[in-house]
Design a protein around this ligand. Structure first.
Ligand code: F0G
Length: 448
């Protein structure tokens, strides 16, 4: 299959607040007129939906690397980037799993998870990073940079390495998991652990990119959002273009919810799908500025906060893309929820018990679904897809502490024990003899 690039379509940048349409973006990807975020919009889209679906499906059988990527396969709905600049690790193409035990726990009949942790660097960031790193390469950048709670840095470092670019990572000291930090180091990033939080890292990076010729690869970069749209397109293809009633995503910096929502709206406009799923966004209670913005201020403003949660990926107090996320929340009729540390830990263990697993930030989706069921927003008979954003092995510390009963030590014991105890599977330390192992097996059988 030849690479028919999308040359008739024009992709232009537009400010989400004042609507100005610059020919190119400034280094910080902010509107030079009003300082708000930019997004891509498309003109000249005249696709036959059935032909487009058939073309995308046919590429699955192609030997071409770009056709095989779960991002570049959908390039008709993305801005144009020349093929010779494309940096791909075969991202996307992630599985959609049924979660029968979680469905029972949440009280819904039809629950599935699209596992974006099954990407090359084990998080959803790769779908945006392949596209944004390629655009940096096309624009001849030697250096790319990001502030990160860990996954963005791991992904950026990998794609920079594959594209022969240097990468600079700013991360909060002590507040990212070892798995993620070790990835950035192995992929060769210049990794700076700053004595601040994620929001502090973002502030410094924004100042840096105004002074140095480095390409900013955080999700304010609209190429990131375009690449991340493909998770929703691929999901619809996996569902034979029959949308679920609900899609539930974690909310941190709010780039991912914006991207998935943008894709849903575009697919609806192009008649690739006939109706919109409701897109709901879940935050950790200790890092809930968007929840508070919607619930307390009707989305009129967002008050930054000092964030704190053991789900370090979403430990973010001043989310950059909150206005984009608000727009898709309203356009799809979704809801916003917050969940506690105990609820996150229990949900993570439940996703694990379905033989899937994920990192803590991803588990807010199941914890949030339970709340949305309780409030009646999600009905028992409705179909739900959770977007799991990161792999279980990203944060083994959290998992081991949870199963040993050490994670929630500072949480009021009763709630912690009621919700979490039955899910804990601490390793059993035994003398090295057969009798001890048989006794452990018999005891486990009696309790099962
Ligand atoms: N889940 C995981 C595993 C994440 O790493 C992130 C964000 C999110 C959810 C939230 O997505 O920011 O688009 O709302 N991680 C970023 C990082 C901030 O630096 O890796 P979002």
């Amino acid at each position: 299959m030849s690479i028919a690039q999308n040359t008739e379509t024009t992709a232009k940048l537009r400010c989400i607040a004042c609507g100005s349409t610059p020919d190119s973006a400034a280094q910080d990807f902010r509107c030079t007129a009003c300082g708000d975020l930019l997004e891509f919009f498309f003109s000249g889209w005249t696709f036959d939906p059935a032909a487009l679906k058939a073309l995308w499906l046919s590429r699955r059988a192609s030997c071409n690397l770009l056709d095989q990527s779960g991002v570049w396969r959908f390039r008709e709905l993305l801005p144009h980037i020349s093929e010779e600049h494309a940096i791909t690790l075969g991202e996307g193409n992630t599985p959609l799993y049924h979660l029968p035990l979680c469905a029972r726990a949440a009280g819904v009949e039809n629950l599935r998870a699209k596992h974006q942790g099954m990407n090359p660097t084990a998080s959803f960031k790769d779908t945006g990073m392949t596209f944004a790193a390629s655009s940096a390469h096309e624009r001849n950048f030697r250096w790319v940079a990001c502030a990160s709670t860990g996954n963005t840095s791991a992904s950026m470092a990998a794609y920079a390495a594959r594209g022969n670019m240097h990468s600079l990572v700013l991360i909060p000291e002590g507040k990212i998991s070892w798995g993620k930090l070790s990835q950035a180091l192995d992929y060769g990033a210049l990794t700076c652990q700053l004595r601040t939080d994620f929001d502090g890292c973002v502030r410094i990076l924004n100042d840096l990119v105004r002074q140095k010729p480095v390409c900013l690869l955080n999700s304010v970069n609209p190429y990131r959002i375009e690449g991340q749209k493909t998770a929703a397109i691929e999901l619809m293809e996996q569902l034979a273009w029959e949308p679920p009633d609900h899609i539930i995503v974690p909310g941190g910096n709010l780039g991912n919810s914006s991207a998935i929502g943008k894709a849903l709206l575009e697919m609806r406009d192009l008649k690739l799908i006939s109706r919109l799923p409701k897109l709901s966004i879940i935050q950790a209670q200790g890092a809930n500025p968007f929840y508070r913005s919607v619930r307390e201020f009707g989305g009129k403003k967002l008050e930054p906060m000092t964030a704190d949660t053991l789900a370090t990926a979403i430990r973010i107090g001043n989310p950059a893309s909150w206005k984009k996320a608000l727009r898709v929340l309203q356009a799809t009729g979704g809801e916003v929820e917050q969940v506690t540390e105990v609820e996150i830990a229990a949900a993570k263990a439940e996703i694990g018990a379905d033989g899937i697993g994920c990192e803590p930030a991803s588990a807010v989706t199941l914890a949030g679904l339970k709340k949305l069921r309780q409030s009646g927003f999600v009905k028992a008979g409705e179909s739900v897809v959770l977007i799991l954003t990161g792999h279980l092995l990203k944060d083994p510390d959290f998992t081991i502490k949870f199963h040993r009963g050490e994670l929630l030590a500072e949480t009021p014991a009763e709630t912690a024990s009621a919700q979490a105890k039955s899910l804990q599977r601490a390793p059993v330390v035994l003398d090295a003899n057969l009798g001890a192992v048989i006794a452990a097996l018999d005891a486990a059988e009696r309790n099962s």
